[in-house]
Design a binder for this molecule. Structure first.
Ligand code: PGA
Length: 250
């Protein structure tokens, strides 16, 4: 569908299943070319179809993900992977374990470190030592966040502790189990971290994201919509949206 070679690549597909297949193709191609590639994947409902598609390919024997390094984008501050509310733990159950990814090659953000500010610097240094991200698959938050880079996040932001907005807390509360309140801080990779990836794929589905996708792709880039910063790496950015999510794009 419509692509403008002077900017990012936009692919509009009929439905979520087709979006998931294309995103899975991006991971499969990267893992095929570079078996030990560093790949970042998002959490949330958007990537579920992509994860299912990838697990199915692994089960059929068409794809080997056993050597890739998976980078988790974010997690709640103080919540470890064994906690039922951990985003990393969720990713482990939803995707990493069924896909046969070596747990030693899963890189969680250091959400439970006693000194998270120092720990995120180590996380970033370790990623840089690996050569940086080959591929970053990211979702679009209802408030325009990318990973947990909330509105106000700078284009050059690095991994850090952030305060979550009320909108993100409301989004998280739909999934939260057990004791409340939900931590109002998270640890996230930065926008700058994502922009350094050699390939960036933004996946978006559903009518509920249509207006935010329009703002992300058509409004001037701004910290009001952190995902819009992805366009500053336009030559490496691919947007895959289903028709519902793309319904407000001119
Ligand atoms: P969702 O979350 O896929 O559950 O809509 C996306 C995000 O917040 O990044």
């Amino acid at each position: 569908m419509p692509t403008d070679p002077s900017t990012f690549t936009l692919t509009i597909v009929p439905d979520e299943q087709a979006m998931s297949r294309l995103a899975a193709d991006a991971i499969a191609a990267t893992a095929f070319q570079i078996p030990e590639a560093a790949i970042a994947v998002p959490t949330g409902s958007t990537p579920l179809g992509m994860f299912a598609d990838l697990v199915e390919r692994v089960r059929r024997g068409d794809l080997d993900l056993s050597r890739v390094h998976i980078y988790c984008l974010d997690d709640y501050l103080g919540v470890g992977p064994d906690d039922p509310n951990s985003l990393t733990g969720w990713l482990q159950r939803a995707f990493l374990d069924p896909a046969g990814i070596d747990p030693n090659r899963v890189h969680a953000v250091p959400a439970t470190d006693p000194d998270p500010a120092a720990a995120v610097l180590r996380y970033e240094a370790e990623l840089a030592a690996r050569g940086g991200l080959e591929l970053a698959i990211v979702g679009l938050g209802p408030n325009g966040h990318v990973a947990y880079n909330e509105p106000g996040s700078a284009v050059g932001s690095r991994p850090r502790v952030v305060r979550l907005t009320p909108q993100s807390l409301a989004q998280a509360s739909a999934y939260w189990e057990g004791a409340v309140p939900i931590p109002d801080h998270a640890v996230t990779v930065g926008v700058g971290t994502l922009l350094e990836a050699r390939r960036i794929v933004l996946i978006v589905s559903g009518e509920g994201k249509a207006e935010m996708l329009r703002r992300t792709l058509h409004d001037p880039m701004s910290a009001d919509v952190p995902a819009s910063w992805l366009r500053s790496a336009a030559d490496r950015l691919e947007v895959i949206a289903d028709e519902s999510a793309a319904s407000r794009l001119a």
